[in-house]
Design a protein around this ligand. Sequence first.
Ligand SMILES: *Cc1c(COP(=O)(O)O)cnc(C)c1O
Length: 351
Amino acid sequence: MARSTRMTYFRENIERMGGYMPGHQPVGDVVKLNTNENPYPCSPKVMEAIRAVSEESLRKYPKVHWDDFREVAGKILKVAPESIVCGNGGDEILTMLMRCCCDRDRPLAFPVSTYSLYPVLAQIQDCSTIEVPFNAGGELPDDLFDNKAGLTILCNPNSPSTSLVPVDEIARLAKSLDGVLLIDEAYVDFARWNCLELVRQLDNVATLRSMSKGYSLAGLRFGYCVASEKIVTAMCKVKDSYNLNAITQAAAIAAISDQQHLKQNVAKVIAERERLSQELFKLGFKVPPSDTNFLLAEISAPSAKSIYEKLCEEKIYVRYFDQVGLDDKLRITIGTPHQNNVLFEALINIV
Ligand SMILES: *Cc1c(COP(=O)(O)O)cnc(C)c1O
């Protein structure tokens, strides 16, 4: 095609799409409760491991199949090392599975409202989406079962709702599908149960884990997936050649090895989650029980938007979603006791 007649340099779907909108990343002295980071530091062993990275390990290419992480994580999770795939954040795991499973004839299905990256990845992959609203109590909607998608993603526990679907319900969903079911367990460290056993039982199931939330390592960019041999083989075909650098791999091994740090850290967040939930309730918010490190607090008056704006003025950042079904709610990440108190004091004056 002659240059002058070309309409655009880019594929039609890329031209059409807007791209992922990340939560606001303010700098300076603020109370940041808007992107579900963990308020506590990561294990000191992670920093030690980063400092101990050798010149030699940087000179060479890193482990292409993350052998050492797989070995260590396999023991901790009680799964075969070969059933683990690692990604540059859980987000890269999502990208790999989209590449494997979705195209114009194989849509992406997911219950809504949920993680806003899913539809963006569908636009990049140029596949359509099947979006089915969760039932009012957070249960799986009937229309999600038996869908004809190449990939179905269930965020469990879900964001921004904090609900958790029982394992046997998810097993029933997986068995009803022809395609792959990815259970996005980014928040599972704060939840009452997980779906790892389903991966052992069903060859169309994968679970995604992230070190960004439970392990306090959002800046590291490390996530992984546990899946059947079939799914792992496909994912390894489409992954970037050396997708994880040597420093990240060393840090992730140290992080997952320190389960005691994880447990202590998670216990602190959960204790604060329950306290903040009670306090918000006393202020008139409706706060469903949470299996995550955040709360979704509902209020009719004053409006959630006006509360959000007033909090911003005081440099307290929570997440507000300007969309139907969520515009009367605020998503609040659990902070340290001090941060939560600052938020609470501000809310007393606003509400
Ligand atoms: C945080 C998150 C992820 C993965 O995040 P990474 O930082 O890329 O590991 C995946 N899904 C959901 C729902 C999340 O909230």
